[in-house]
Design a binder for this molecule. Structure first.
Ligand SMILES: C[S@@+](CC[C@H](N)C(=O)[O-])C[C@H]1O[C@@H](n2cnc3c(N)ncnc32)[C@H](O)[C@@H]1O
Length: 192
């Protein structure tokens, strides 16, 4: 993947801080450098592939240690990004790592996704957060969600999840890709 040196540097800083703090604060299930590199690469590929679907404001549901919202912000500095996370420890890590990165226009929110709303249109995205149907139901009254992006493995479980959510979805698109030979997909849901 060809990325600009400044982007690579920020991704490396992010990776380094997650690995350092993870041993103390248990921020992510990805325990090794190799595991976390996989997830960063996944977020980078998904962001590039689905970039036309991103509104100017992007909200990452259940953002954990910062995947995927921090990666979107590093790749797309003009987007305004919100990281919604209900776990205080992870929220505090997000504030810490954003200070280290020195980037503005990305706002960590310590709250439940169900309580979060904005008065402008936005894209709601998530990785390893909740099943598609559950996410759609949890946020069904949020009028300003323009679309959703779900990062998932492209496997039988995801197909089942999609089928289960199908009655709530008007239109969707799958952006498929390989991440280190694993079949992945971004499911773009419009107008549920
Ligand atoms: C499996 S982790 C995934 C974190 C990150 N997106 C990633 O890919 O590494 C799911 C995260 O969602 C958060 N979470 C779960 N339900 C939530 C809710 N209703 N509102 C806000 N955060 C939630 C959890 O605290 C956890 O950090």
């Amino acid at each position: 993947m060809q990325l600009k040196p400044a982007i690579k540097k920020n991704l490396e800083t992010f990776l380094g801080e997650v690995l350092k703090q993870n041993t103390k604060h248990n921020l992510t299930g990805a325990k090794t450098k190799k595991d976390f590199e996989f997830h960063i690469e996944d977020c980078v590929k998904a962001t590039i592939l689905a970039s036309d679907a991103l509104e100017n404001i992007v909200v990452d549901y259940g953002s954990g240690s910062g995947l995927l919202g921090v990666v979107i912000k590093i790749l797309k500095p003009n987007k305004e990004v919100f990281l919604v996370e209900r776990n205080l420890r992870k929220h505090q890590f997000q504030k810490f790592v954003l200070t280290k990165l020195g980037i503005d226009g990305i706002i960590p929110i310590h709250d439940d996704v169900a309580n979060f709303s904005l008065d402008k249109k936005y894209t709601a995205c998530s990785k390893a957060f909740a099943p598609i149907k559950k996410t759609l139901l949890m946020t069904k009254n949020k009028e300003n969600i323009k679309n959703y992006l779900f990062l998932k493995k492209n496997d039988a479980n995801t197909k089942r999840e999609l089928l289960e959510a199908r009655p709530l979805i008007y239109d969707y698109k799958m952006h498929n890709y390989l991440c280190q030979n694993v079949k992945m997909t971004v499911i773009e849901v419009n107008d549920h």
